[in-house]
Design a protein around this ligand. Sequence first.
Ligand code: GTP
Ligand code: MG
Length: 237
Amino acid sequence: MEENDSTQVTLNQLQVHVKDLQKWQVSEEFAKQIENFTALPALYRHALNELENKIDILKTEWQARDGYSPIEHIKSRIKDPKSILHKMERKGHEFTLDNMEQHIHDIAGMRIVCAFVKDIYRLVDHLCAREDMRVLEIKDYIAHPKSNGYQSLHLIVAMPLVLLEGTRWVKAEIQLRTLAMDFWASMEHILYYKFDKQLPSHVAEELKEAARAADELDQKMLRLRREILELAERPAE
Ligand code: GTP
Ligand code: MG
C-alpha cells in the first residue's frame, strides 16, 4: 500500500488514465475492458467501507469492554489505476481484468495502527476467526523483518459483497503495525521516495539501526505497560 491518502478513484481520473494506455502498450481489448472498468473501483470502495465498518465496531466494543482499544487508528485507500498498471507490469502479468483481480491484492488497502505488538496478534487472531471474511495470506514481517528493517504484519483477506448479481468475494490488504513501526515505515518511504538507486551502505545500515531503535521502543513501552498494570492491581498501602 503506498503512503497515499486518496480514498476515491473518480471516473475523471480513470478517463485520464485511459488516455495514458497507449504509453503502456496494452492490447486494444484490454483498453476496452478498462473503459468498462468503472464498476470495479466502486466494488473495492464498498469492500473497504464494509471493512472500515467492521473495524469500527470492534474498536467500540473493545473500548466498552476493556476501557481500552488495541486499535489506535486506521487509514484506507484505493490504489490508483496507474499504480495498478505499474504493479502488473513489474510482476509480469498480462494486462487483463481477470489478472488484475487475481494478482493485485492491494487494490483495496487498509492500515491498522496499534499501540502494542501484542495487540496486533490479538487482532489477527480475531480476524482469522471471523465468519464474515477469509484470511487468504499472512506475511509476518514482525517475526521476520525485511532485510531493510521493515516491520509490519500483512494480511490478504477476501470479503463477501452481496450484489444484485449474487455474492462476490473482494480482496483487500490489511497492514497491521505499531505506532513505532508506522513511524519508521512512513519516514523510510519519505526518505526513499523518488530515490531509485541503491542506497549507500552506511545509509541503509543507519535506517536498519533506526528500525531496531523503533523495535526497542515498542518493547520498552510494553514493559512499562506491564509494570503500570501491576501497580494498578496492587492494593494501596
Ligand atoms: P508489493 O511490495 O506491493 O509489490 O507486493 P508484495 O507482494 O511484495 O507485498 P508486501 O507484503 O511485501 O508489501 C506490500 C506493501 O507493504 C507495500 O506496497 C508497502 O506499502 C509496504 N511495504 C513493504 N515493504 C516495505 C518497505 O520496505 N518499506 C515501506 N515503507 N513499506 C513497505
Ligand atoms: Mg514488496
